[in-house]
Design a protein around this ligand. Structure first.
Ligand code: HEM
Length: 148
């Protein structure tokens, strides 16, 4: 069970990254058109939903994974500090930024479509940067995570 969740959580990162990137590029490009339509709404929604799926799996993993272990002195141990604090905190912040940014953007969509695109693209970009910083990339060898 734990292995399936880790594989799903690891692989889904790529869907999350691709969807966020697509939403950001589309948002900035479509700002110039002055319209916010169904395709924009759907892409922004899907990007947020996949972030939420990732958060849900992550929360379950936090209870199952041996990499989350609050043994005495865990803050001084890089891998335990990363998975027990940094990863969780950064990803939760990113999810809040995305959720609030999309909500505010959607509220602007009818009256100010350009502002809606701008709001969502900027908040998604900020969240993408936070997520990239929070991913246990394999080159951080002490974290023992893979590419997929
Ligand atoms: C957008 C949000 C997130 C992304 C993109 C993400 C991405 C990842 C990636 C790529 C790994 C490494 C998997 C591997 O190859 O070993 C990982 C591991 C892990 N993540 Fe996340 N994560 C997110 C959110 C969260 C959250 C919110 C939590 C906890 C509340 C969490 C808990 C964990 C745990 C415990 C592991 C270690 C699993 C293990 O190897 O035993 N993640 N995450």
């Amino acid at each position: 069970m734990e292995n399936i969740l880790i594989s799903a959580h690891s692989g889904l990162r790529w869907i999350v990254l691709i969807l966020l990137l697509a939403a950001i590029v589309r948002g900035f490009a479509r700002k110039k058109t002055g319209v916010y339509e169904k395709g924009d709404k759907m892409l922004n929604l899907f990007a947020m939903v996949f972030v939420h799926i990732q958060i849900t799996i992550g929360i379950v993993l936090a209870f199952l994974s041996p990499k989350v272990n609050y043994v005495s002195g865990w803050m001084g141990m890089k891998a335990y500090r990363f998975f027990g604090l940094e990863h969780v905190l950064l990803m939760l912040i990113a999810a809040v930024v995305i959720t609030v940014g999309r909500k505010k953007g959607e509220q602007l969509a009818a009256a100010h479509p350009v502002k809606a695109h701008h709001k969502i693209a900027v908040t998604y970009l900020l969240a993408l940067i936070i997520i990239l910083l929070g991913i246990p990339w394999p080159f951080r060898t002490e974290l023992g995570a893979g590419w997929i």
